[in-house]
Design a protein around this ligand. Structure first.
Ligand SMILES: Nc1ncnc2c1ncn2[C@@H]1O[C@H](COP(=O)(O)OP(=O)(O)OP(=O)(O)O)[C@@H](O)[C@H]1O
Ligand SMILES: [Mg+2]
Length: 228
């Protein structure tokens, strides 16, 4: 069983696109997969039950038949920083709680488990912990999604430096062309290739699909599986 934590250079950089893409690619290769979204802020409410779009996409892309609550144990309503959304309803979420809530998923006998973070690397979980401390306590290697746009070199290298400072490893990274108008994408990609550690898992061009699901399906063709 191999578990990776999928983080990125920022919110909206393509973490869900890459997470679901890798889960589908693994399934196409006959592997059993689990995808997890420990905490999600930004939900739809149906009959009083909260569902987050990322978690639903992950649940659809993975092979294990886990319940929604096992995929996304903490679902918060407003699309804002998770610790602020939690505080607004008098809730404090901790790493040890998340770890316990994720047990069904983390202990599922899968070949590949992907855990999608929220936002970028240093997203606070509460007053003293960051969400990515979860990767630290579970010693998960990181897959870093670089959202290709002006400024992404600084974002990518700062994030990688912080990950390594925390004693973790960037095992793989993906360059994802979120901004179709970015100047000199090839030169920027070459610079990333010079500086990023871990395996290059692919360059995803700007995708033309009509919605998130279509783009997520299109992304599979551009990805390579991380070491298993
Ligand atoms: N290469 C691409 N081409 C076109 N659209 C893209 C591309 N990558 C991502 N997108 C779109 O950008 C949006 C953000 O992508 P995604 O949801 O994967 O980001 P995220 O990092 O998971 O965001 P969050 O921080 O909210 O979890 C989505 O609508 C997605 O379909
Ligand atoms: Mg996401």
């Amino acid at each position: 069983m191999t578990t990776y934590f999928v983080s990125g250079t920022d919110t909206d950089c393509g973490k869900t696109l890459v997470t679901t893409g890798l889960l589908r690619l693994a399934a196409q290769n006959g592997l059993e997969t689990v995808g997890l979204k420990p905490i999600a802020a930004g939900c739809e409410v149906n009959d009083g039950v909260y569902h987050n779009a990322d978690a639903l996409m992950i649940q659809q892309a993975m092979t294990a038949p886990l319940d929604y609550q096992d995929v996304n144990p903490v679902a918060l309503l407003p699309p804002i920083a998770p610790h602020i959304a939690a505080a607004e309803i008098g809730m404090t979420v901790t790493i040890s709680q998340l770890r316990a809530l994720l047990q069904p998923g983390l202990s599922y006998p899968a070949d590949l488990i992907l855990v999608e973070g929220a936002g970028g690397w240093l997203v606070p979980l509460n007053d003293s912990e960051f969400l990515t401390d979860l990767a630290g306590v579970l010693q998960m290697p990181i897959i870093l999604v670089v959202g290709m746009k002006l400024g992404c070199l600084n974002h990518a290298l700062l994030t990688q430096a912080r990950i390594e400072q925390a004693g973790l490893v960037v095992a793989g990274w993906v360059a994802n062309q979120v901004d179709p108008m970015m100047s000199r994408p090839a030169e920027n990609l070459a610079t990333l290739q010079q500086h990023m550690h871990g395996q290059f898992l692919g360059y995803i061009p700007h995708l033309k699909g009509d919605d998130d699901t279509e783009r997520a399906l299109d992304a599979v063709a551009y990805l390579k599986l991380p070491p298993l």
